[in-house]
Design a protein around this ligand. Structure first.
Ligand SMILES: Cc1cc2nc3c(=O)[nH]c(=O)nc-3n(C[C@H](O)[C@H](O)[C@H](O)COP(=O)(O)OP(=O)(O)OC[C@H]3O[C@@H](n4cnc5c(N)ncnc54)[C@H](O)[C@@H]3O)c2cc1C
Length: 502
């Protein structure tokens, strides 16, 4: 049995490990942290559970192509309960509320009623959204692969997407923010701006909204932690091994071929290595966390380093002693008095309310999370250098709490637990570059196709993970994990997924 080492037990690493193990390899995953999941994480504090990653999952619907991958890797099964809040998102501007309903006709009617002067713009948007509901992330097989069960051909998937593809050229030239600004209603603008990062192109905005409208984009009960545990079980039940607290320090390359890794002072030999830790970190120079010496020189890796535009945020979690299940599950609300943070003026807050999710809070209580978008990495590094890290976190918390209590007086004085995850938290626990967890796809030229999984300069070495297929996120990383395992199978003459049925 050929031995494979996978670096990192995030979703990409677990997926690559499962597919490789199920194709007849003997796989060991080396994970730096004491637990699996990487960015796909959540944590408990004082009786509350805070979801630290997924808010919606592409592939939760059985009609989407990625659903098959979630099932093959064990993340989802027939018993998974998918929560689909409708509306998925609500925006609130000075009392006027716009809702992203999951039915396009209802959504269209609602926005026209809300803002009659936007009627023609709303109708145009909904006509495009109907086209985009046929868009799906393609799941294909690489050329020349022996495979147990073939994926549908790209041509078949592509034809369905043609009507939307014809609109992508125009929508790809403007940002989500520019698109949102076409509407008069501030509530509609806020709704759109809060659906994706405002710096994304408008194609990403349509792609995301269309997911919800096509019945996808649910939340798996039990959250990311549950999904990760299911994947770990699938991997270990198939004979795979995970070594926790094992930070890979070096990929050993001899004669132009990856032959193992070194970690914790010892060497582990392997026939092949799949690297799924953040590409931006692992290909950096060794003194910046890189694990290749000498560094790899492939052009596509240089492009990732040069072109990746990071998404970074600070994440606030609150446990409140009151039942907020009557409030929307996802709400963005404008602030009467904007505030400054890290040189940015924040004029709205986006709050996820987990009150109706079983097990996320003690009886009659609610768990909330608030995302403060923007690259605050240097801000937090400076605060830490000055010995002000904890103080700055508390200041931010106090400011946000005051805004929340003003908007929702029912929570006044009822916060029992709070916790703040900064980019430094994500950097420390997940090893991601500057604590970033996704990549922007700004208007203009950017990659929609995956970067190659294989460097030309070293044999038997493969890459997967969030930077390989933009913009990252869970569906992208599971696709890249599968792809890396397919290249591995092709190179070693194995049948991909030969043991997947069991
Ligand atoms: C707040 C937040 C919200 C999100 N919301 C969503 C959402 O709603 N929908 C969605 O699809 N996605 C969402 N995501 C994004 C998604 O969670 C990530 O894109 C995805 O989990 C990245 O997976 P990955 O396997 O590529 O990398 P990671 O999760 O970063 O995994 C890499 C693993 O490698 C390990 N590692 C690093 N270096 C080494 C080393 N040298 N040796 C050994 N191990 C190493 C790390 O510890 C980590 O476990 C969100 C993420 C965050 C943080």
């Amino acid at each position: 049995m050929k031995k494979v080492i996978v670096v990192g037990a995030g979703i990409a690493g677990l997926a690559a490990g499962i597919y490789a193990q199920k194709s007849g390899f003997g796989v060991t995953i080396c994970e730096a942290h004491s637990r699996p999941g990487g960015n796909c994480t959540g944590w408990r504090r004082g009786g509350y559970f805070f979801e630290g990653s997924m808010h919606w999952l592409n592939g939760s619907s059985p009609h989407s192509a990625v659903n098959r991958l979630w099932r093959e890797t064990g993340a989802l099964s027939d018993t998974s309960h998918i929560i689909k809040h409708d509306p998925f998102l609500t925006s609130d501007c000075n009392g006027q509320q716009a809702c992203l309903y999951r039915d396009v006709d209802k959504f269209e009617q609602h926005l026209c009623d809300l803002s009659p002067e936007d009627t023609s713009q709303v109708k145009r948007m909904c006509a495009d959204l109907r086209r985009f509901t046929a868009v799906d992330i393609p799941v294909t097989d690489i050329f020349g692969l022996k495979v147990r069960e073939k994926a549908p051909s790209l041509l078949k998937t592509g034809i369905k997407m043609l009507p939307a593809a014809l609109r992508m050229g125009e929508l790809g030239k403007i940002s989500a923010k520019e698109y949102a600004n076409r509407f008069h209603s501030p509530a509609i603008r806020l709704l759109l701006l809060n659906t994706v990062n405002p710096g994304y192109d408008a194609v990403s905005l349509f792609f995301t909204m269309a997911h919800f409208l096509s019945g996808d984009g649910g939340y798996v009960e039990g959250g990311t932690v549950n999904m990760v545990q299911n994947m770990v079980k699938r991997f270990t039940d198939s004979g795979g091994l995970i070594r926790y607290n094992t930070r890979v320090e070096r990929i050993i390359v001899e004669g132009g071929q990856a032959i193992g890794i070194s970690a914790c002072g010892s060497t582990i030999p392997a026939d092949a290595v799949i690297v799924t830790a953040d590409t931006l970190v692992v290909v950096a120079s060794p003194d910046s966390g890189g694990i290749f010496s000498p560094p790899l020189r492939d052009t596509w890796l240089k492009k990732i380093q040069k072109n990746t535009q990071l998404i970074i945020n600070t994440f606030l979690c609150l446990g409140v002693e009151t039942d907020l299940s009557a409030l929307p599950a996802n709400i963005a609300f404008s602030l009467e008095k904007p505030f400054e943070f890290n040189g940015q003026t924040l004029d709205y807050l986006a709050c996820r309310n987990y009150a109706s999710y079983p097990g996320y809070a003690p009886e009659g209580c609610s768990a909330l999370t608030i995302k403060i978008s923007g690259d605050s990495y240097d801000y937090w590094v400076l605060a830490r250098k000055q010995g002000l890290y904890e103080q700055r976190k508390e200041e931010l918390f106090e400011t946000v709490l005051e805004k929340l209590e003003t908007r929702f007086p029912v929570i006044k004085g009822k916060t029992r637990v709070h916790d703040i995850a900064t980019p430094l938290t994500y950097e420390k626990y997940c090893g991601t570059y500057r604590g970033s967890w996704m990549t922007q796809t700004p208007p203009g030229k950017h990659r929609r196709l995956p970067y190659p999984c294989k460097p030309k300069s070293v044999k038997n070495l493969y890459f997967a993970g969030q930077r390989i297929l933009l913009p990252g996120g869970l569906p992208a990383v599971v696709v890249t994990g599968r792809r890396a395992a397919q290249y591995l199978c092709r190179d070693f003459g194995m049948v991909f997924g030969s043991d997947l049925a069991r």
